[in-house]
Design a protein around this ligand. Structure first.
Ligand code: HEM
Length: 129
């Protein structure tokens, strides 16, 4: 019985794999950065930001959060976002830009929901600080 059961179990795929591993994640983050660059609400927050540093850090952070083979060792979410005083509206708007990016790279809605569920708990570490 145990043998039969274990033979039926397929290796679970991580969210990182479902996004398309490193190449898929890079496409997603590039689409997100393009969305931010075109957005008059969110772009002002990034005026002083080094885009290539942000791109590399955001990719590694997402890889880590989506159970990929990465460990994010940059500053934590509170350290990074302290002083930005991001309100609910601007946070939600940024999430909308991420959703637009996920649509652009054609992630399924069920995968999008799983990714957003991983990011949602970080909200309290990012807003109103
Ligand atoms: C769940 C939502 C979010 C996550 C997971 C997240 C994650 C990150 C990460 C990992 C970095 C560091 C990248 C690096 O290594 O340089 C970063 C930087 C940054 N984030 Fe967020 N962030 C989120 C929401 C937001 C929102 C809503 C805003 C503003 C509206 C924002 C503004 C910024 C800015 C301006 C930087 C760059 C800071 C700098 O120039 O050093 N973030 N974020």
């Amino acid at each position: 019985m145990m043998v039969a059961l274990s033979a039926c179990q397929s290796t679970p795929t991580t969210l990182y794999q479902q996004v398309g591993e490193q190449a898929g994640l890079e496409r997603l983050v590039d689409a997100f950065i393009k969305q931010i660059g075109q957005d008059e609400v969110v772009f002002p927050y990034f005026k002083q930001t080094n885009v290539s540093h942000f791109r590399a850090g955001f990719i590694t952070h997402m890889c880590d959060v989506l159970d990929g083979p990465c460990t994010y060792e940059g500053d934590n979410m509170v350290q990074i976002h302290t002083g930005m005083k991001i309100n609910e509206h601007d946070f939600n708007h940024t999430v909308d830009l991420l959703i637009a990016a996920m649509n652009e790279v054609r992630l399924s809605h069920s995968l999008q929901n799983k990714i957003l569920a991983r990011l949602a708990p970080l909200r309290a570490q990012i807003i109103k600080i």
